[in-house]
Ligand binder design. Structure first.
Ligand SMILES: Nc1ncnc2c1ncn2[C@@H]1O[C@H](COP(=O)(O)OP(=O)(O)OP(=O)(O)O)[C@@H](O)[C@H]1O
Length: 270
């Protein structure tokens, strides 16, 4: 079993302290691949970062590879995290770095300090970085600077890191949000092939519901921090999807809640 959640509630420290996830129950077997879908703010990112042990739950039980991450000493939890790869929606890549160096950073946990320092000056495994980038259609960017990549290229650069990691579970947040349809298909296929080849678990949040239903056998629908359904794709109906996204609309606030129209009228921002 990769992940077991039992009545798991998660709150963000900043903001309203309202629960972002409410009493979730979820089992994910090792090697399983599932898509997380749901409207903006549903809690997909929070769930992924909780599974990655980046976010401590407020209540309930979390088991990752059979261990309770938050009952472990920090160093052991750190080793547990190294078995997980979280690919965030906006990857935090060092801007002035070359792509090859950024991708090879995935190897750092397995390298000695000397090898890591050497690689900063002359990348030690450029062929491995090239191969990972090539699988995401980025072979020509090996020596490009990270801050000269487009949004979609940065996303794929971050996923190329995933290929070089030794992770046993991939937690991927909206990996195709900046990609055209053809690249989106290649990207999902590459992630799924890699997960299947190393029997790694893949949990992937997606806004593209159609892609989720085509590519993933299990679909988990989240809304307002709760699991609305967790079903094999054949059992997910269009009506369920419509209900999941129902009433998604922009709230019509006439002015910020802390400002009166009178104050705004006299230029309150000064
Ligand atoms: N750092 C934070 N501090 C306070 N509240 C947060 C924080 N991050 C997220 N939230 C809140 O937690 C809830 C869930 O947000 P989350 O980012 O997990 O949703 P999501 O489904 O990933 O949304 P999206 O599809 O827009 O990325 C939202 O109400 C959001 O406002």
């Amino acid at each position: 079993m990769s992940f077991k959640l039992d009545k798991l509630t998660v709150r963000h420290l900043a903001g309203s302290q309202a629960a972002a996830l409410h009493a979730l129950d979820l089992d994910v077997q090792q090697g399983e691949q599932l898509a997380l879908i749901g409207p903006s703010g549903a809690g997909k990112t929070t769930l992924l970062s909780t599974l990655a042990c980046a976010h401590q739950p407020a209540e309930g039980a979390l088991s990752v590879f059979g261990l309770d991450p938050w009952a472990l000493p920090q160093a052991v939890r750190h080793r547990l995290r190294a078995r997980l790869f979280l690919a965030p929606q906006t990857p935090p890549l060092p801007p002035r770095q070359r792509v090859v160096t950024a991708v090879l950073a995935a190897r750092l946990p397995g390298w000695s300090l000397g090898r890591a320092l050497r690689s900063l000056f002359k990348p030690v495994e450029p062929d491995a970085a090239f191969e990972a980038l090539r699988r995401f259609g980025l072979g020509d960017k090996l020596y490009a600077r990270v801050d000269r990549l487009s949004g979609g290229e940065r996303q794929r650069c971050s996923l190329a890191r995933l290929l070089l990691s030794n992770a046993e579970a991939f937690l991927v947040d909206e990996p195709i949000s900046a990609l055209d349809p053809a690249l989106a298909r290649i990207t999902l296929a590459t992630l799924q092939e890699e997960a299947a080849a190393r029997k790694a678990t893949l949990v992937c949040s997606l806004h593209q519901v159609d892609m989720a239903r085509v590519h993933f056998a299990r679909i988990v629908g989240l809304r307002d921090g709760r699991i609305v359904f967790d079903l094999p794709r054949e059992q997910v109906t269009d009506a369920m999807i419509a209900a999941l996204y129902e009433n998604e609309r922009i709230e019509a606030y006439p002015h910020p809640p802390h400002e009166t129209p009178e104050r705004i009228a006299v230029g309150a921002c000064f």
